[in-house]
Design a binder for this molecule. Structure first.
Ligand code: GLN
Length: 284
């Protein structure tokens, strides 16, 4: 019978041989998920034997991870901006750098007033839900073209007790029209921004498992910045703001796109690695 320590050590070697980064951490997180305990608690019971059922489940998880399925799709969850989110292959796994986008929006808007906010490509709903948590007076319209993604986002809103101020809509932004005369005060988006040429060079975890449409628009990586900036002319209120997450080396070009579309006061925010990660500005 395997003890917790044996199981972790064996799986670490296996994941390492499959090219998984941080194999020990992965092995521990997957076992803690099966035993429904905190990772650190494993250290208190290293000598404890695993039951047959636990061993079977653990083998299955390790085998999936060995095929380079992302850890978060195996556990089905991820933490983002201090909140819990359910994830599955219909949604992009929320990334740490996207927290900079949340910080930037929160630092630039008036938290007391009722803002109309449009989230384009909501995915798991991580941006909408994290913002709403801190902007309880605001109203969100959150779009995604994938029905499964919208289902996941709705579940995440319920999980976090924040389903009331959000209108989740299954819609490709390419075909989005305003509902009546209601314009928005803020647009926020982490659009697909990977160049088609670069897409095939991504890690297996992204390439084989995450939704392709969430990562690339099959073009030069700038289509959505152009489309959103152009359309903003009629969907944003005067002095309305756009906040974009951008990829490495895209900030300057996105700034130009925004300038061409009558935005001013354009600024960048850096991520933890010093990369310009957020571009934001105001409609003239
Ligand atoms: N809004 C989600 C996120 O930021 C999904 C973005 C996307 O699918 N491109 O993680």
């Amino acid at each position: 019978m395997l003890t917790i320590l044996n199981a972790v050590e064996l799986s670490t070697d296996y994941l390492n041989s499959k090219g998984v980064e941080s194999p020990r951490l992965n092995a521990e997180i997957l076992l803690a998920n099966i035993l429904d305990c905190k990772r650190m608690d494993l250290y208190l019971k290293f000598d404890q034997p695993l039951t047959k059922d636990e061993t079977t489940k653990y083998r299955e998880s390790i085998s999936r991870r060995g095929k380079r399925e992302p850890l978060q799709y195996i556990t089905g969850k991820v933490e983002f901006y201090g909140l819990d989110f359910l994830v599955n292959p219909s949604v992009l796994i929320p990334r740490q750098e996207t927290e900079i986008l949340i910080d930037t929006v929160l630092s630039q808007v008036d938290k007391e007033i009722k803002l109309g906010i449009l989230d384009i490509g909501t995915g798991s709903g991580n941006i909408t839900i994290s913002l709403l948590k801190h902007l309880p007076n605001s109203i969100f319209t959150s779009l995604d073209k994938s029905e499964e993604a919208i289902k996941t986002a709705k579940n995440n809103a319920i999980l976090n007790g924040l389903e009331n101020n959000i209108d989740f809509i299954i819609k490709d932004f390419n075909n989005y029209e305003l509902n009546g005369n209601e314009k928005f005060d803020v647009i926020v988006s982490n659009p697909p921004y990977i160049k088609l040429q670069e897409y095939s060079t991504l890690d297996k975890e992204l390439l084989n498992y995450e939704p392709k449409d969430a990562l690339t628009e099959n073009n030069d990586g700038f289509s959505f910045y152009k489309l959103i900036s152009e359309k903003a002319d009629y969907i944003l209120n005067e002095k309305g703001k756009i906040f974009f997450e951008v990829g490495i080396n895209q900030a300057e070009k996105v700034r130009e796109i925004m300038v061409q579309n009558n935005f001013s006061n354009i600024k960048f925010a850096k991520d933890y690695l010093g990369i310009n990660r957020v571009v934001y500005g105001e409609k003239n």
